[in-house]
Design a protein around this ligand. Structure first.
Ligand SMILES: Cc1ncc(C[n+]2csc(CCOP(=O)(O)OP(=O)(O)O)c2C)c(N)n1
Length: 322
């Protein structure tokens, strides 16, 4: 183990918080407290937490609709996240966005986007802003492997490569775009080859170990920050639930799922911590604390007032001469 124990324990805590948040989100959805669509991040937690831990507070993040994990890792309050799912005024997007459209500018979290591949060009935009203003913040843009077949992916890669923008593109390759395996949609399964076409540095690894994710993100962020240009990172991962709450995931076998669960990111890190001497009681205490935190988030969401229709008008109409 190369990472110091208190840091690794904290990364474990963050992954556990995401896992319990997602389980509670699923429950809330089943009980109709949350509406719209719900895409869970369970199984991919090491990526959000490892990547976020390598970032600075003033960096920018863009993500798909599978956005709860990275939002929490960046510091969004679980109450604001849960209230957004519940469609409440206290939610991170004032209850107007729901699960797919989390937003939290204070924590540099710029969504939460529903159009596959659509947010990559937006992320190139904040990267360009950093360059234009001469600050050294970096944009990190997450997306699934399905997005690599979309026009927006190629447009954003072309400009980012050409202008050497300070951006790290993180592809969370969880094998399936909804129910379609990568082999059926892409002529290449080593997706880093696509980045080569845009003169971009790349990296590729398996993402169930949070410290490995952090180790790989660190040099990519440094490269972007020092003006050396973007990096494309393909991380092999797996979602333990269906694509969304309405997906029974019949396109994959139980054996495949069980095999991948052996590398559950929480189990991987817990094993490392235990090998380093962490006591079982520390995990029990942590479990209780996280469960209390999630219960408080649910209570906060439940007690909050509903989203206000007027906000829709206030946020799309510019009044006066502005
Ligand atoms: C442009 C566009 N086409 C289709 C869809 C419908 N759709 C939603 S999610 C999804 C699969 C995306 O898979 P991937 O990019 O691998 O991300 P993952 O859900 O696995 O995280 C599709 C096709 C969409 N939202 N946007």
């Amino acid at each position: 183990m190369t990472m110091d124990t208190p840091l690794l324990f904290d990364l474990y805590r963050q992954m556990l918080l995401i896992r319990r948040f997602e389980e509670e989100a699923a429950r809330a959805y089943a009980q109709s407290h949350a509406g719209g669509f719900l895409h869970l991040y369970i199984g991919q937690e090491a990526i959000a937490v490892g990547a976020s831990s390598a970032m600075r507070d003033d960096d920018y993040v863009f993500q798909t609709y599978r956005d709860h994990g990275i939002a929490l890792a960046r510091g969004m309050a679980p109450g604001a996240a849960m209230a957004e799912l519940f469609g409440k005024d206290t939610g991170c997007s004032r209850g107007m966005g729901g699960s797919m459209h989390f937003f939290d500018a204070e924590h540099g979290f710029y969504g939460g986007w529903g159009i596959v591949g659509g947010h990559l060009a937006l992320a190139a935009g904040t990267a360009f802003k950093s360059r234009y203003r001469g600050d050294d913040s970096v944009t990190v843009c997450f997306f699934g492997e399905g997005a690599t077949n979309i026009g927006g992916f190629h447009e954003a890669f072309s400009l980012a490569g050409l202008w050497k923008l300070p951006i790290v593109f993180v592809c969370e390759n969880n094998r399936y775009a909804m129910g379609t395996p990568l082999e059926r949609t892409s002529p290449l399964t080593d997706l880093t080859l696509k980045a080569q076409g845009y003169g971009m540095a790349s990296d590729r690894f398996e993402g169930s170990d949070v410290s490995v994710v952090r180790e790989h993100l660190t040099p990519a962020l440094a490269r972007a920050r020092s003006g050396e240009g973007p990096t494309f990172i393909e991380i092999d991962t797996y979602r333990f639930r269906g694509h969304s709450m309405s997906d029974p995931a019949k396109y994959r076998t139980r054996e495949e799922l069980e095999e991948r669960k052996k590398a559950d990111p929480l189990a991987v890190t817990r094993e490392q911590l235990e090998a380093g001497g962490a006591e079982v009681s520390a995990f029990d205490e942590l479990e209780e604390a996280v469960e209390r935190e999630i219960a408080k988030a649910v209570e906060f969401a439940g007690d909050s007032p509903p989203a206000r229709e007027q906000i829709m008008l206030d946020t799309v109409l510019v009044k006066g001469d502005a």
